[in-house]
Design a protein around this ligand. Structure first.
Ligand SMILES: [Zn+2]
Length: 113
């Protein structure tokens, strides 16, 4: 459970960016969350609501863009994992742990007024 510290960090970055841009308030925050990041969406939403108090983000909408897990199969190239239970290529069943996407926790963009 690191969602609260994550939310505080996201809010801080967005708040600073909004102030630097002379914005009155932040209306939306878009974050990319990978399926392997360990972040629970519900917990992040709850933590975000707590973290935005007394910041320019007080009324901001949190938009979460989930990122699926893509791995490199030595035969097929980059493939998307259909399940996190098995790290095997869905096309040829070769096992692989060469993860290319799915670990990200990123602030993608903010909308300000
Ligand atoms: Zn394959």
């Amino acid at each position: 459970m690191h969602e609260l510290s994550l939310a505080v960090q996201l809010v801080q970055i967005a708040d600073e960016a909004a102030r630097a841009a002379d914005a009155k308030r932040v209306t939306a925050v878009v974050v990319k969350i990978g399926a392997l990041s360990g972040v629970a969406e519900d917990a992040l939403r709850f933590a975000f609501d707590v973290a935005v108090a007394d910041t320019l983000l007080a009324q901001a909408r949190l938009e979460i863009h989930p990122v699926s897990v893509k791995v490199v199969c030595p035969r097929c190239g980059i493939v998307e994992l259909p399940s996190l239970q098995r790290f095997c290529c869905p096309q040829c069943d070769t096992s692989t742990a060469d993860v290319r996407t799915g670990r990200e926790i990123e602030l993608e963009s903010i909308e300000v007024e």
